[in-house]
Write a protein that binds this ligand. Structure first.
Ligand SMILES: Cc1cc2nc3c(=O)[nH]c(=O)nc-3n(C[C@H](O)[C@H](O)[C@H](O)COP(=O)(O)OP(=O)(O)OC[C@H]3O[C@@H](n4cnc5c(N)ncnc54)[C@H](O)[C@@H]3O)c2cc1C
Length: 433
């Protein structure tokens, strides 16, 4: 018998327990998590804000699924890991022994430090309680200022706008997400946001949140300009929750350091998910993903190895599906500005063939904006951004992941005004048979 203890009840934690149960049906598994809501889809919080899904739909795990795990759930805050004695301490007054431990306590939103950040009406979107609080406040809100340049900030802006709150989005740069999107792509997103009534303030930084009677009354920007609002929503990054691990002697940098087997530096202690900074033998670097699918895969590997297996985590080609300004956008592999020496960034718009691609690989259709950008290397496609119609996302993911030799089509792809999607569709048909 092995006593398994798992800290957290997020996707990494659940995936680990499922993995353990595949090979060990009887040993005790104990989850310890402070989260009153347990396991739910955190990415789904954005859709809960817009009203596209209701809260219940974020809980995909059914009583039967929990039953299969045959685990004990403690709702408690873990305060100490004692690796020498192999004990977990948690409030209130819990001491739980382990033989194998998984630390999967995730990451949390970086807190805003501006003057006025304690005022009522300042919100973030990190977990279920945040989403509930935003929805409750939005009912009485007239105007909100959203701070942050990434996807979560945009989700906040769109969520509030869907709730009929006038939204002002502050962006530091001269355009939206310049380190990932090119000018045309940024422009598409900005135009769509404007159509939804979201007002973007470019090259704007928050200086201070202004208050009245303990509540948000507006913001002052670095430029001196003021915007009246009754809510300030921010999303300025996430940070792995490493303090607990650090205090216990587990090696950390930005996250908890693990090898490819998800083992930390201490015996019988593993880490997975948003907290883990995992060694990648392909690059020789340890990286943090902060994404759902890698968290699940890392949890799966950690669980298998906790139960005596020997599995390694291989970092997949990044494949992120997101929605920007209501437009489904998939970012695959290496993208960016295309300045790297062997990368060429090319972008094209709509195409007939793209629309006619066989049903088998259709994931979505019916968008009025379709755009494709490829990052082309010497022999391979290194990255792609697919905006709108998503039929090419899946083939492109395979072409990038499998490092398919594109020499037969490379010159054509690079021709001026080449029908990119058509070329890819025919090339893919040849590969997929
Ligand atoms: C609004 C939002 C949108 C997102 N959108 C996307 C998206 O579109 N695509 C994508 O891939 N990813 C997205 N993510 C990220 C994704 O949700 C995370 O990568 C994933 O949930 C990480 O899972 P995890 O199991 O590592 O940690 P978590 O889900 O963070 O779970 C960790 C758990 O540990 C608990 N815990 C922490 N400290 C303690 C302690 N001391 N004691 C006890 N329990 C503790 C926490 O309460 C939490 O329940 C989004 C996240 C958010 C918040």
């Amino acid at each position: 018998m092995t006593r398994y203890v798992i800290l957290g009840t997020g996707v990494a934690a659940i995936a680990a327990a499922e993995s353990i149960r595949r090979v060990d049906a009887t040993s005790p598994i104990a989850f310890i998590s402070e989260d009153p809501h347990g396991y739910y889809s955190r990415p789904g919080l954005a859709y809960m804000l817009t009203g596209e899904v209701d809260e219940k739909q974020l809980f995909s795990y059914r009583p039967d699924d929990f039953k299969k795990l045959n685990a004990h759930f403690y709702r408690a805050e873990v305060t100490r890991i004692l690796p020498g004695e192999k004990i977990i301490e948690a409030t209130p007054n819990l001491r739980i022994p382990y033989d194998r431990l998984l630390v999967a306590v995730g990451a949390q939103a970086v807190r805003l430090k501006a003057t006025g950040c304690q005022l009522a009406g300042v919100v973030k979107l990190d977990h279920m309680e945040d989403a509930r609080s935003i929805l409750a406040q939005a009912k009485h809100s007239r105007a909100a200022v959203v701070v942050g340049g990434g996807i979560t900030a945009l989700e906040l802006a769109e969520g509030l706008s869907a709730r009929h709150v006038k939204v002002h989005l502050l962006i530091r740069n001269e355009r939206y997400w310049p380190n990932v999107l090119d000018e045309a792509e940024s422009h598409i997103i900005e135009t769509r946001l404007a159509e939804d009534g979201i007002q973007i303030h470019f090259q704007s930084e928050l200086a201070e949140i202004l208050g009245k009677n303990g509540k948000v009354a507006g913001v002052r920007l670095e430029s001196g300009a003021q915007i009246r609002c009754d809510m300030v929503a921010y999303a300025i990054g996430v940070a792995p929750r490493i303090q607990l691990a650090k205090d216990s002697g587990i090696a950390c940098e930005r996250g908890v350091l693990t090898n490819e087997k998800m083992e930390t530096n201490l015996p019988d202690i593993f880490a997975a998910g948003d907290i883990a900074q995992v060694f990648d033998p392909q690059t020789g670097r340890a990286t943090i993903d902060s994404l759902w699918t890698p968290a699940r895969e890392q949890g799966r590997i950690a669980g298998a190895n906790m139960a005596g297996g020997v599995e390694t985590y291989i970092k997949a080609v990044p494949f992120n599906v997101t929605r920007l300004g209501g437009l489904t956008t998939t970012i695959i592999g290496s993208v960016g500005t295309g300045r790297e020496s062997d990368m060429v960034g090319i972008a094209r718009g709509d195409s007939e063939t793209w629309r006619q691609i066989p049903d088998a690989i259709i994931t979505q259709s019916g968008f009025e904006v379709n755009r494709l950008r490829l990052m082309i290397g010497e022999k391979h496609i290194l990255g792609a951004i697919v905006m709108g119609d998503q039929k090419l996302s899946s083939p492109l993911e395979t072409i990038i992941r499998e490092k398919v030799d594109i020499l037969p089509i490379r010159a054509r792809l690079l021709e001026k005004n080449a029908p990119l999607a058509d070329i890819l569709v025919h090339f893919w048909a040849g590969i997929a048979g």
